[in-house]
Design a protein around this ligand. Structure first.
Ligand SMILES: Cc1cc2nc3c(=O)[nH]c(=O)nc-3n(C[C@H](O)[C@H](O)[C@H](O)COP(=O)(O)O)c2cc1C
Ligand code: SF4
Length: 487
C-alpha cells in the first residue's frame, strides 16, 4: 500500500477510559433512531470483506463465525460485508442475487440476533461492480486479447494481422503509447477495466435501466432474510460511486453535472424503498472526498448528502478514496486493487502518515456534510469511520457534531469487544489496533482476513477454527467480563 512520503509515525492510544456509570451517561452509549429502527448505542462496525464465502458466494460456517464474534461485542449495528446483487460468479464474495442465497443469510441473521442477545441491529451492504481483468502477460495480450484496429495497422505499415500482432509484441515499451489507444495501454499495463462511461457497450449503456431493479430485488431478499436494513454501496471504486464521480462524463443525463451524476443513485434508492417499504432501514455509504485528480470533492459530497437526506434515506455513512484511478500497477496475472494508491491510503490510513495522521482522517469532510444536511432541515444520522479507536475520540466526534454514529472497522477487528469493554467500565482491557494494515494486505491477496494482534494465539484451544494452512485462527479469542453483567 502507498504511504505518505512524510512517514510520520502515529500510535493509537487508549485515552481516558470511562467508568461504567460514565459510559452509561455518554453520547456513545445513547440510543439513536435510523428511520424505522433504533440502535441501542451509537457504535457501528462498518462493512469488511473477510474472504470467507464459498466460490459460489454462499455463507459458510466461517462467515457465520466472523459475524458471531462481532455480535458478542454487542455494537449498536454491524454492516455485513459488500455483497453482490447480481446472479453472476464473482469469486468468494458474498452474494444476494438469487433466492438460493437466502438460507445462509437467514442463518447469519439468526446467529447475530442470538449472540448479541438482540442488542445489535444487522444491516447488509449491497454492491454492484463492473468487470475488471487481471494484468495480462504482454505476449498473450498482443497475440490474443488486443482487438486490432486501423490505427495499429497504419502505425505498423500494414500487413497480415498475425504479423502486426508479432510486431506489436516485439516493440519496446516506450513505443507503445504512440501506437496503442490510452485504454488499450491501460489494459496492457493494469488489466482491462470497464467504466460506466463505456457507452458503446450495451450492458453499460443500460445500467440506469437494470440497476434499480437489481438493487431492489437484493434489498427485498435482505428483508426476507431478516436483516434490519441495507446499506447501498455508493463508495470506493464500484459502479454507483463511479456514477457519482466527477470523472463520469456519460452524455445520457446520468453523467456530467452533479444533478445528473446523483440521478441514478437516487433512482436506485427510490426503487429500493418502493420495493421494501418504509419499515426497513435504507441508507448508503458514499465518499466524503474521492481523493483523486479530477474526482468529486467535498462540495460534491455536501450536495449528494443533502440529496440523499432529502430523498428520505435513513442514514448516511461516509468513507473516502479507495479508487482505481491511482491504484498501483499489479503484477502480471493479478488484478488492480483500489486501495494501493494515495486514495487507498485515505480510505484505510495506516500508522505511517503525514501531518494529518490516520486518526479521524474523514472527520472534517464528514462534519461539513452533516452540517449542510442539518442546515437543510434534515435529521438524517451520519456515520463516520476512519481511525476511530478510543472513547475520548468517539465522544469528541459526537459532541462536536462530526457525526451521530461512530464507525470503527479495524479497531473492531483488533478487538471485537471494545465497545462492550467500554460500556462495562473495562476499557483498560481493550486491545488497540496498531493500524499496520496487515489485515488489509490479506484482503488485497484475497486471503482470509485476520488481525496480527490475535491470529497466532491459542491455536490449539478446543473448537478454534484455523486457516487452511493451520497457521492462523479465524476469529479473535473470546473475552468474558469478570463479574456479573447487566449491560
Ligand atoms: C479487511 C477490510 C475489508 C473492507 N471491506 C469493506 C467493504 O466490504 N465495504 C466497505 O464499504 N468498506 C470496506 N472496508 C473499509 C472499512 O469499512 C473502513 O471504511 C476503513 O477500514 C476505515 O475505517 P477504520 O479506520 O475504522 O478501519 C474494508 C476494510 C478492511 C480493513
Ligand atoms: S491487523 Fe489488526 S492491528 Fe493491524 S491494522 Fe488490522 S486490525 Fe489493526
Amino acid at each position: 500500500m502507498w504511504k505518505p512520503p512524510q512517514r510520520i509515525k502515529f500510535a493509537a492510544r487508549l485515552g481516558r477510559v470511562p467508568s461504567r456509570e460514565e459510559a452509561a451517561a455518554s453520547r456513545l452509549f445513547s440510543p439513536i433512531r435510523l428511520g424505522p429502527i433504533t440502535l441501542e448505542q451509537r457504535s457501528w462496525v462498518p462493512a469488511m470483506v473477510p474472504w470467507r464465502a464459498t466460490e459460489a458466494g454462499f455463507v459458510t460456517d466461517e462467515v457465520v463465525d466472523w459475524y458471531r464474534r462481532f455480535a458478542r461485542g454487542r455494537p449498536g449495528a454491524i454492516v455485513v460485508e459488500a455483497t453482490g446483487i447480481r446472479d453472476v460468479p464473482s469469486g468468494p464474495l458474498l452474494r444476494i442475487g438469487h433466492d438460493r442465497f437466502l438460507p445462509g443469510l437467514r442463518r447469519l441473521v439468526e446467529t447475530v440476533r442470538q449472540e448479541s442477545r438482540g442488542h445489535t441491529r444487522l444491516l447488509i451492504q449491497l454492491i454492484d461492480f463492473l468487470v475488471i481483468r487481471r494484468r495480462p502477460d504482454p505476449g498473450a495480450f498482443f497475440r490474443r486479447f488486443l482487438v486490432l484496429t486501423d490505427r495499429h495497422r497504419e502505425a505498423l505499415g500494414g500487413g497480415l494481422d498475425d504479423e502486426i500482432r508479432e510486431r506489436l509484441a516485439m516493440l519496446p515499451e516506450a513505443e507503445l503509447p504512440r501506437i496503442l489507444a490510452p485504454r488499450e495501454l491501460e489494459a496492457l499495463r493494469f488489466g482491462y477495466r470497464e467504466r460506466v462511461t463505456d457507452m458503446k457497450r450495451e450492458h453499460i449503456r443500460r445500467l440506469p435501466e437494470t440497476l434499480p431493479d437489481l438493487f431492489a430485488a437484493a434489498a427485498a431478499r435482505a428483508r426476507e432474510a431478516g436483516f434490519d436494513g441495507v446499506e447501498l454501496h455508493y463508495a470506493h471504486a464500484y459502479t454507483m460511486a463511479s456514477f457519482l464521480s466527477a470523472t463520469n462524463t456519460r452524455p445520457d443525463g446520468y453523467g456530467g453535472s452533479r444533478e445528473h451524476r446523483v440521478r441514478l443513485p437516487l433512482e436506485v434508492y427510490h426503487r429500493v424503498r418502493r420495493r421494501v417499504g418504509g419499515d426497513f432501514a435504507i441508507g448508503c455509504r458514499f465518499l466524503a472526498e474521492e481523493c483523486v485528480a479530477g474526482g468529486s470533492t467535498r462540495e460534491d459530497a455536501v450536495y449528494f448528502g443533502r440529496e440523499f437526506a432529502s430523498a428520505g434515506m435513513d442514514f448516511l455513512s461516509t468513507s473516502r478514496g479507495g479508487k482505481f484511478d491511482d491504484a498501483k500497477q499489479p503484477a502480471i496475472g493479478a488484478a488492480a486493487y483500489p486501495y494501493t494508491g494515495p486514495s487507498g491510503y485515505e480510505c484505510m490510513p495506516q500508522y505511517l502518515s503525514d501531518e494529518t495522521g490516520p486518526f479521524g482522517r474523514n472527520a472534517a469532510a464528514t462534519a461539513e456534510i452533516r452540517a449542510a444536511i442539518r442546515a437543510a432541515g434534515f435529521a438524517t444520522p451520519v456515520v463516520c469511520s476512519g481511525g476511530v479507536h478510543n472513547f475520548e475520540m468517539a465522544e469528541a466526534m459526537l459532541a462536536q457534531g462530526v457525526c451521530d454514529i461512530i464507525g470503527a472497522a479495524r479497531q473492531s477487528l483488533a478487538d471485537p469487544d471494545w465497545f462492550r469493554k467500554l460500556a462495562l467500565g473495562e476499557g483498560r482491557m481493550i486491545r488497540l489496533c496498531q493500524y499496520t494494515n496487515y489485515c488489509e494486505g490479506l484482503d488485497q491477496n484475497h486471503k482470509p482476513v485476520t488481525c496480527q494482534l490475535w491470529d497466532r494465539t491459542g491455536l490449539d484451544a478446543p473448537g478454534v477454527r484455523l486457516t487452511a494452512d493451520g497457521k492462523r485462527r479465524l476469529v479473535a479469542p473470546d473475552w468474558e467480563p469478570a463479574g456479573e453483567e447487566s449491560c
